[in-house]
Ligand binder design. Structure first.
Ligand code: MBD
Ligand code: FE
Length: 257
């Protein structure tokens, strides 16, 4: 393991050195770059900065040898310890009039057989594009929860709909994207999922709302978007139907050989 850390670290350093040489980076530019990293750290945005640029590459690698549903970027705002929920995620009083959605679907194995008792962590932003337990002092229980599949591998939970999310553009990561790189700092409205089931590989994914802004132009380079869910309503509930197919865990696959 330590050889792997050494090999990867040395290769990263060599790759960065090549870039510095290619652009003949000056001492002043180098100091400015270090200063920006310090600002990023002080704003507690290091996880955000790194995920914006690199999480999608890790996902690409993961998906090369993964069967069933593909993984998507996790992003920096997953938090441990969300409550188990049944019918609905906790909704803040001030958001009671927001448009509602229901997340529902199934978890199956590669052959379509139901996986009962799978636990799915779901999380999404507030209508202002903030995450509980991260931004401001929104308590962790809002817009996060663990739901469990029933004996038929089905899950269902309600919440309000998230909106397109802008990386705080007063912060160093937003400034890097918008001011210095001439880009934008928006992600499409999305819901995060982390599916855990015994005997299967964890699956971290996201779902998007068909017709939503920034799906094709995601600042996080979200890559393949497997779950862009068509616009479908049940009364005034937007139905987000997402079916996950799980890849067997490596140990389980070996035992079956
Ligand atoms: C998010 O909400 C997110 O999901 C990612 C990947 C990056 C920044 C904010
Ligand atoms: Fe997110």
């Amino acid at each position: 393991m330590s050889n792997r850390v050494e090999a990867i670290t040395m290769d990263i350093v060599e790759a960065v050195r090549d870039v510095l040489r290619k652009h003949e980076v000056t001492f002043g530019e180098y100091r400015a770059g270090v200063g920006h990293m310090i600002k990023t750290q002080e704003a507690k945005e290091l996880p955000l900065l790194i995920d914006v640029f690199l999480n999608s590459t890790i996902v690409e690698i993961e998906n090369r040898n993964r069967k069933g549903s593909h993984a998507a970027i996790q992003g920096p705002y997953f938090r441990e310890g969300a409550p188990h929920v049944e019918e609905t995620l906790a909704i803040r009083d001030e958001d009671k009039d927001q448009p509602r959605m229901v997340l529902r679907g199934s978890v199956t194995d590669l052959n379509g057989r139901p996986v009962a008792g799978a636990v799915i962590d779901v999380w999404h932003s507030t209508p202002e594009g903030r995450y509980s337990g991260v931004h401001g002092d929104i308590p962790l229980e809002f817009y996060r929860g663990k739901i469990t599949t029933d004996k038929d591998g089905r899950y269902e939970v309600r919440s309000i709909m998230p909106v397109p999310y802008q990386i705080p553009n007063q912060g160093p990561t937003g400034a890097l994207l918008e001011t210095y790189m001439n880009g934008h700092s928006w992600r499409p409205a999305h819901v995060h999922y982390w599916v855990h089931a015994e005997g299967y590989r964890d699956l971290i994914s996201q779902a998007y709302f068909e017709g939503g802004k920034y799906i094709e132009d995601d600042c996080c380079n979200g890559g393949g978007k497997e779950f862009v869910v068509s616009e479908d309503y049940e009364d005034d509930l937007r139905v987000m139907k997402v079916d996950f197919k799980l890849d067997p865990a490596v140990a389980a696959a070996q035992a079956a050989e």
